[in-house]
Design a protein around this ligand. Structure first.
Ligand code: DOR
Ligand code: ZN
Ligand code: ZN
Length: 401
């Protein structure tokens, strides 16, 4: 397959290129005129639109198995494809929690042939100390996710000794840690020399803690969710309730600053769908996100963020941090996970267009910064701007563990 007239950022330079794809991999990135003589079965002219490496969202809650009335692998992956997300990494607070090898195996089996995009799993750290299970599954998961604060799913771990054992046996730990718990997580990472991924930073003080930890030379990474960049506490209502909760405008600014100066490494949506009925009838933490993260970030293109940083934080860095094989950048030999976006099409985001099973978006009425024209996973179009084509999604592999 040949993608013609692609606007790309390649080796740091913006230009129009043709991208040749064979067996799901990028095999050549040409200057347009050089390709004429090739014998190619399928040619897609993208007309000078941007072609970005597919978004990798390292933080989703697809609710499958166990809570699949909110979302399931199929609908969640449709939301991904529509939003330009070609790989998602799912969190362990599904039911049962992903805290044993057996449950992980069942989750892997359950997801087969049901996703439009590629995917991986975070394993869950358990308060009952499942460090023996962590040892067994290391190669098959992105990280061990530990909840240091209470959130959806009752997975809080509090005991020092248990936390120590979980850190000791993990290759990388992801944490839900807010405020003081950020210090606790950094301290554990320092003591056990473990890479640490701080999920959904939401406060200025947390960005400062991360900046200091990086300065110290620790392998500590930070994620921010779009809602903590674009929304603040003055907008909070029962729908916009999530953990961590929305903060102040000054925190939004500090998070943008952290993103731009390299303190914060990734955008992760914390896609946490609940039905409207649940959101309206009881305190329910979490909002959907994968469907809109790219179009939201594109709103700030050439304002708060440049294209290079956008690709870094949405694709390259998540792949690097979790050592996801062959993904994250536009480069020869890498998977042809690509998203074509028209940044001149600023369309209004609407509840009625939502494909996530939860059926609503916190961004109803907001104007997006670009329209996804197509999403390719390993060289196959899985979303064409309108329809969903084929559930070819597979589990990702991780490097050298
Ligand atoms: O708001 C949240 N929702 N925060 C979390 O940590 C979990 C998530 C969920 O699974 O609903
Ligand atoms: Zn969380
Ligand atoms: Zn989460």
């Amino acid at each position: 397959m040949l993608l013609k007239n692609c606007k790309v950022l390649y080796h740091g330079e913006e230009g129009i290129k043709d991208i040749l794809v064979q067996d799901g991999k990028i095999v050549k990135i040409y200057n347009c005129s050089e390709v004429e003589e090739l014998d190619i079965d399928e040619i897609i002219d993208v007309d000078g639109n941007w072609v970005l490496p597919g978004v990798i969202d390292a933080h989703t809650h697809m609710r499958d198995p166990g809570l699949d009335y909110k979302e399931d692998f199929e609908t969640g992956s449709m939301a991904c494809a529509k939003g330009g997300v070609t790989t998602f990494i799912d969190m362990p607070n599904t039911v049962p929690n992903t805290t044993t090898e057996e449950i992980l195996t069942a989750k892997e089996r359950n997801s087969k042939n049901r996703s439009y995009v590629d995917y991986g799993f975070h394993f869950g750290g358990s308060r009952l100390d499942n460090s023996e299970e962590i040892k067994k599954v290391k190669r098959r998961v992105a990280s061990t996710k530990i909840f240091l604060n209470m959130s959806t799913g009752d997975m809080l771990v509090e005991e020092d000794k248990v936390l120590e054992n979980l850190f000791k046996e993990s290759k990388i730990v992801s944490v839900h840690a807010e405020e003081d718990m950020v210090d606790r997580a950094i301290d554990l990472a320092r003591r056990f020399r473990k890479p640490l991924y701080l999920c959904h930073l939401s406060k200025k003080s947390e960005v400062e803690k991360l900046r200091a930890a990086k300065k110290e030379g620790l392998k500590i990474y930070g994620e921010v969710a779009p809602h903590h960049l674009f929304l603040d506490s003055t907008m909070a209502n029962s729908l916009l309730l999530m953990k961590p909760e929305l903060k102040e405008k000054e925190d939004n600014e500090a998070l943008w600053e952290g993103l731009m100066d390299g303190t914060i490494d990734t955008i992760g949506t914390d896609h946490a769908p609940h039905t409207l009925e649940e959101k309206n009838s009881k305190v329910t933490y979490g909002i959907p996100g994968v469907e809109n993260s790219l179009e939201l970030m594109l709103k700030e293109l050439n304002k708060k963020i440049d294209m290079k940083t956008l690709q870094k934080v949405m694709s390259e860095n998540p792949a690097k941090i979790f050592k996801i094989e062959n993904k994250g950048i536009l480069e020869i030999g890498y998977d042809a996970d690509l998203v074509v976006v028209d940044i001149t099409r600023k369309e209004v985001i609407k509840n009625e267009d939502v494909v996530s099973k939860c059926g609503w978006t916190p961004y109803d009425g907001v104007v997006g910064g670009g329209k996804v024209l197509s999403t390719l996973v390993r060289g196959k179009v899985v979303y064409d701007g309108n329809s969903f084509i084929e559930k070819i999604g597979e589990g990702v592999s991780y490097k050298n563990v």
